[in-house]
Write a protein that binds this ligand. Structure first.
Ligand code: FAD
Length: 505
């Protein structure tokens, strides 16, 4: 029996950050990870001598004194990472057919860039920016301050879709006559909604917190996001913690105030406290029925997940395709809200193209990643198969889909096809099997403005000393998961106590 103070299930960002905090507080921590590489979505993988990102293409609020860099100072990360800041005047380029718009860093710059296309929309842009700031101030943890009231409810119960559609009253009154563009401002502002799974139930606060972080400062990690997980594992082990890979947790029991955690290879672990960084539904499925109230179990199991993705990873012939110091979001129609559910015949309705960053001032791309949505039911026919053994039908399916996606991308990037050296493809099943996310979901549980409380999983559970962390608790994304880990550990150590330590680095 391996005995620890705390066992953490899953070594995604949330699990590692909780491990770091609790080790620093002198607890004997063990993290159990089912894969051979820690990090979950922070993992990178190599194909044909090139490194690709699994699930982090850019990170917000990492500039000097910005929210994430302040948190990551405490985690000892900032002096270990090399960063590439994306283009100031367009970290995200948003295209609808032939029209292109830039999202700039810095709120004034953001507004100025869009004003070039929407000269009559100053009031709407001001309102968009003002609202983002209001949301941030209702979530004090995004400013390293302690929550004092429940102002956040005002924003968790509003829809970003409805907010944007109502934003531009002048545009509606003038029926589009006072803009230079064929595309309404509301669509453009939703142009990067892939970042939150672009659903009509997406709450205003999710979009605002994410947009705030990227407009404040948008960065890539040079050499890959796995540097974050490697640095955290190093710090955890240096402080006496344990990170065990190739240990898939299969059962969690609670007896005499101890957790008994078993892995598929038959190892047993015992702890007083346990934290799960994996999907709550998968966590509860590992517990005996008497451990969980049936109403709670039913609620968690019934929650919908964000949609999944289809991704093409390209290695590029040297010196043939430029490194893009921005992300490029392309939309087929002016409506970015129905893309995640598009049917086979109309697929794909959008894509995001991003080049890997391997050095400072990179001129040419070594790798290109193209992401789009894919519903899980498209691959459900192969759901009982495992990696590399899904059969010829699945290989044909992937090839057909990749061809359709590359055909669309080639309209905007006509030279790209000739620059491709090799290609890899992932589907929702790949994500399900590599990162352990339910149905390969992009960001875990779908938050809904209709039911903000029901779709929010609290870190503290009714099972004494059992906690959740990771993207299914606070918010998905690197910043959301970082703050979520502080909330989870705040439940254990006291949030005020922990925040003081973080504020002082
Ligand atoms: C395609 C894609 C692109 C993204 N792009 C960005 C981006 O550009 N910027 C950004 O900020 N965010 C992005 N995200 C979101 C971000 O990557 C995630 O929200 C975040 O990394 C999730 O961290 P987590 O702690 O919840 O754990 P996860 O990353 O989900 O990790 C969970 C870990 O638990 C392990 N595990 C599962 N089951 C078991 C078990 N039974 N026993 C032991 N271990 C287990 C898994 O193997 C995994 O390592 C992206 C996500 C995806 C999928």
């Amino acid at each position: 029996m391996n005995k620890f103070d705390v066992i953490i299930i899953g070594s995604g960002l949330g699990g590692l950050l909780c491990g770091y905090i609790l080790c620093k507080e002198g607890l004997n921590v063990c993290i159990l990870e089912k894969h051979n590489q820690p990090g979950g979505n922070l993992q990178t993988f190599s194909r044909h001598g090139h490194q690709f990102e699994t699930g982090v293409h850019y990170i917000g609020a990492l500039g000097p004194n910005q929210t994430l860099s302040r948190y990551w100072n405490y985690f000892g990360l900032m002096n270990k990472l090399s960063l590439q800041q994306l283009d100031m005047d367009g970290f995200d380029r948003i295209a609808f057919g032939d029209e292109e718009f830039s999202f700039a860093q810095g709120f004034e710059n953001f507004s100025d860039q869009l004003m070039q296309h929407f000269p009559g929309e100053k009031a709407a842009l001001n309102k968009f920016i003002r609202t983002i700031h209001e949301v941030i101030s209702a979530f004090p943890l995004y400013n390293l301050e302690l929550p004092v009231d429940h102002r956040e409810h005002h924003y968790t119960t509003q829809s970003i879709y409805e907010f944007l559609n109502k934003l531009s009253q002048t545009d509606q009154k003038s029926k589009g006559k006072n803009r230079k563009s064929k595309i309404p401002l509301s669509s453009v502002l939703a142009g990067n909604n892939y970042l939150y799974g672009g659903s009509s139930v997406s709450p205003l606060h999710v979009a605002s917190l994410i947009n705030h972080s990227f407009i404040s400062g948008a960065y890539r990690i040079i050499g890959g996001s796995d540097q974050v997980s490697k640095a955290l594992v190093q710090s955890i082990t240096a402080q006496g913690g344990t990170v065990n890979t190739k240990r898939e947790v299969s059962s969690i029991r609670h007896m005499q105030q101890n957790f008994f955690i078993t892995t598929t290879d038959g190892d047993n672990y015992l702890s007083k406290l346990a934290i799960s960084d994996i999907h709550p539904a998968q966590t509860l499925a590992m517990m005996p029925p008497e451990m969980v109230r049936s109403a709670y179990q039913k609620r968690i199991v019934s929650l919908k997940n964000t949609t999944s993705s289809f991704i093409v990873y390209l290695t590029i012939k040297p010196g043939t395709f430029p490194y893009l110091n921005f992300n490029y979001y392309y939309h087929v129609t002016a409506n970015p809200w129905d893309e995640s559910e598009s049917s086979d015949a109309l697929w794909p309705k959008m894509y995001l193209i991003s080049t890997g960053c391997h050095m400072q001032n990179q001129k040419f791309a070594e790798t290109v990643t193209i992401l789009t949505y894919m519903r899980y039911d498209e691959v459900a026919a192969w759901e009982n198969t495992t990696v590399g053994k899904r059969g010829p039908g699945y290989i044909d399916f992937k090839a057909r889909k990749a061809k359709a996606l590359l055909k669309l991308v080639s309209k905007k990037f006509p030279g790209l096809l000739n620059c491709i050296d090799k290609m890899e493809i992932s589907t929702p099943l790949t994500y399900r099997d590599y990162t352990g996310t339910a149905e390969g979901s992009l960001y875990g549980i779908q938050k809904s403005f209709h039911e903000p409380l029901l779709t929010t999983v609290l870190p503290k559970t009714k099972i004494p000393n059992f906690y959740f962390t990771g993207q299914n608790t606070n918010l998905h994304g690197v910043l959301g998961v970082t703050i979520g880990s502080v909330v989870t550990c705040g439940e254990i150590l006291g949030l005020e106590y922990l925040m003081k330590k973080i504020q002082h680095g």
